[in-house]
Design a protein. Structure first.
Length: 713
């Protein structure tokens, strides 16, 4: 296995993140300038109670540290899981402080060193934390200029800074570096007049393309993930799992497993774990455990789930209402009523949930693949009955999350076992465990009743989503009489569901954009022209026109036989539009995606190269939920156990991908999710344009395509 030589206090020099023990924080970072900020400024989505717990003054909650050599260490509560903030955040820091980009180091998500953060999700890192961080850095820069001016014996107005060196204007020989100012100093100073962050016109590093800072380490295998760490005496835990989410453990006989050499058994209430220094031997010993369960299964499966949902007692909540639906229907020359469905979808990250727990004195330390290190810390503390000061969570790189690693069951398991045994314990879920305990994107139903007049204007729009969630349910089009209703209920699902990249928006955008295409076809007009005619939002119009130009789109009413699909939407503050081309094998029902063009507008783009990577990743991942990804189950039993029966996109699938980012000098918005929301809709519309067949359920498997083709007149 890779990196076996590295133990917990050894990190390769080229790893873009690094860790420091809090006890030695100042010692390890050396002398320098510590600039502190109130943690409350950096809290996102945290309760008042949690904020109070987290904002106790603490000398080592530094936000930035400037060393005597001019290196700047930035500490934030966010984590890096491939989305690229490990690159874009240093761009922001370097630009605001006027210091070289290569001088910036990141410490991310360590609960003992970093300011509290509720979690890395929702494309919130740049758009929520970014502006606050820029304000703080502007203050830090102002403090440094004040100190530099004092040392140079001039007023603050007489100095400026470049590349971390402060000098007197028109007299560059009179200078002092940030590093020199940092020597033997510590500062906790706040200006009475808070400076503003830089204007867009002053950016020198933000807005330029940079390769991901962690790219080389990851490609060469030197980047450290939770499962790569080793410790003396470390044991692997293989945990007894129930056969179903409706199963409760009655008894477990571990006697045969305990006869195997090197095996030990750890039990804590319902937790039964087989421990061994060799994970394969631990797995073989687990197979010898005899367990009995009692069952309480929900009577539903992947074939009956939508009927089950519509029959389930739910609460209706009107999200938005304008005008009167009945009036809109009366003003319509035609009405279309539709029902759309999507199946449960797994997160399927390349790295399964993993955690290494160990003791440091009376403190439990866990290295965990988690999007929510502080939530994980809270969960471990509650489970073990410990204070927060007795629990530390350190998240290394994550091998994908997409919302699925907001949950942290594996970290609690590692913490419980290390506390019970006193030994370092590695918990690495198998792919079967990853599927079983995943918080799936929920199966859902969307009902739409819409109408339009003969002139091509939408006159009525009644949108109801059942158990998807309301994100992305906005009408977005200009409709005088419209209503959006969200239906929700507890315990409607037989297992856990949760956020899945752009939660709810994939489902809602698929339904909305399919319905819009159906209306355009009914009117006999081009689907792009129909959208533009019914939009007032200039930003949405802008991305639609941009993607049409990028694709080289020419108008035609559908189905044209060309296999072109269009979809647009809004997520995480960003506007996005797609045009796709597909080929459909009418004999097999297989869909081949030939080409996808995407235009996106996310305000000011910090790192265009990173944003392009996100766009391409969203398009690729979106092909999965649109075409093949579907969890099979009966009651609480998950039949989907590995990639043999859950097909995610591979390189052989990849179409020609073209992207365009529309730059605006406005606050940056989220770029990690918008481009995935349209993939279901754009491909469904492309299939219709190619064949005249309308697909009402995701994923659009060959079997469903053949069924739809059979209905085409």
């Amino acid at each position: 296995m890779k990196n076996e030589k590295y133990y917990r206090d050894e990190v390769p020099e080229n790893n873009p993140t690094f860790e420091v023990d809090r006890r030695n924080f100042v010692k390890l970072l050396g002398g320098g300038l510590f600039i502190y900020f109130q943690l409350g400024e950096f809290l996102t989505g945290v309760s008042a109670e949690a904020e109070q717990r987290r904002t106790v003054p603490n000398d080592y909650n530094a936000f930035i540290h400037i060393a005597e050599d001019g290196k700047v260490t930035c500490l934030i509560g966010k984590i890096e899981m491939g989305q690229g903030i490990i690159t874009s955040f240093p761009q922001m820091v370097a630009d605001e402080l006027d210091t070289p980009l290569e001088s910036i180091k990141m410490v991310m998500g360590d609960t003992e060193l970093c300011p509290y953060d509720a979690g890395t999700w929702g494309s919130l890192s740049t758009r929520a934390l970014g502006p606050v961080m820029m304000t703080a850095l502007a203050e830090a820069r102002s403090v440094l200029l004040e100190m530099g001016a004092e040392q140079l014996g001039v007023s603050k107005d007489e100095v400026t800074v470049e590349n971390g060196v402060i000098f007197i204007r028109n007299k560059k020989s009179k200078k002092v570096s940030y590093g020199e100012l940092a020597k033997d100093k510590k500062i906790e100073k706040y200006l009475e007049v808070k400076p503003k962050a830089k204007d867009f016109s002053e950016y020198k590093i933000r807005g330029k393309s940079f390769n991901h800072a962690d790219g080389v380490a990851k490609v060469t295998g030197q980047a450290m993930y939770s499962g790569d760490f080793r410790m003396p005496g470390m044991l692997y835990a293989k945990i007894l799992r129930p056969p179903s989410h409706g199963a409760t453990l009655v008894s477990a006989d571990t006697s045969e497993a305990e006869k195997m050499a090197g095996v030990s058994v750890a039990r804590d209430k319902e937790l039964v774990a087989i421990l061994h220094a060799d994970p394969e031997k631990a797995e073989k010993a687990l197979e010898k455990v005899k367990a009995d369960y009692k069952f309480n299964e929900m009577d539903v499966d992947d074939k009956t789930v939508f009927k089950h949902q519509l029959a389930f007692k739910s609460e209706a909540r009107v999200i938005k209402s304008v005008g009167d639906i009945e009036t809109g229907k009366k003003n319509s020359d035609f009405i279309i009523e539709s029902e759309f469905y999507n199946s449960y979808v797994a997160h399927a990250p390349m790295e399964p949930h993993t955690a290494l727990g160990f003791m440091e004195g009376d403190k439990v330390v866990v290295r965990a693949s988690t999007q929510t290190p502080f939530g994980t810390q809270d969960g471990i503390a509650r489970e073990l009955g410990l204070g927060l000061d007795k629990v530390r969570v350190i998240p290394p790189f994550l091998g994908g999350g997409f919302g699925g690693k907001s949950a942290f069951r594996q970290a609690i398991e590692a913490a419980r076992l290390t506390k019970l045994t006193g030994k370092p314990i590695m918990v690495q879920w198998t792919r079967k465990e990853e599927f079983f305990y995943d918080a799936f994107r929920p199966a859902a139903v969307v009902k739409i009743t819409s109408g339009a007049n003969a002139s091509g204007k939408i006159t009525a729009w009644d949108f109801s989503e059942y158990f998807a969630g309301s994100r992305g349910s906005d009408t977005i089009y200009d409709v005088p009489d419209a209503k959006t209703t969200s239906f929700s209920a507890r315990d409607v699902h037989p297992f856990a569901t949760g956020a899945w990249r752009a939660p709810a928006n994939n489902t809602n955008t698929y339904a909305r954009e399919s319905q819009i295409d159906m209306m355009a076809a009914k009117l006999g007009v081009d689907p792009l022209e129909f959208r533009l005619k019914n939009l007032k939002d200039e930003r949405m119009i802008g991305v639609l026109k941009a993607v049409a130009e990028l694709f080289g789109y020419t108008p035609a009413k559908g189905p044209s036989g060309r296999g072109y699909g269009i979809a647009c939407g809004f997520d995480a503050g960003g506007y996005v539009a797609h045009i796709a081309e597909v080929k459909v094998d009418k004999a097999t029902g297989k869909i081949e995606v030939v080409r996808v063009a995407c235009a996106e507008e996310i305000g000011f783009c910090i790192n265009p190269e990173g944003a392009t990577i996100q766009l391409e990743g969203c398009i690729t991942m979106g092909m999965g939920y649109a075409l093949t990804e579907e969890v099979k189950f009966t009651g609480g039993k998950i039949h989907t156990e590995n990639f043999a029966d859950y097909q995610i996109p591979t390189f052989s699938w990849l179409p020609k991908i073209e992207t365009k980012i529309l730059h605006k000098n406005e606050p940056p918005q989220g770029g990690g999710e918008p481009a995935i929301i349209c993939m279901g809709g754009v491909l469904a519309n492309a299939v219709f344009d190619a064949t005249g067949a309308r697909l009402y359920q995701l994923p659009m498997t060959p079997e469903r395509v053949l069924e739809a083709l059979a209905k085409v007149k």
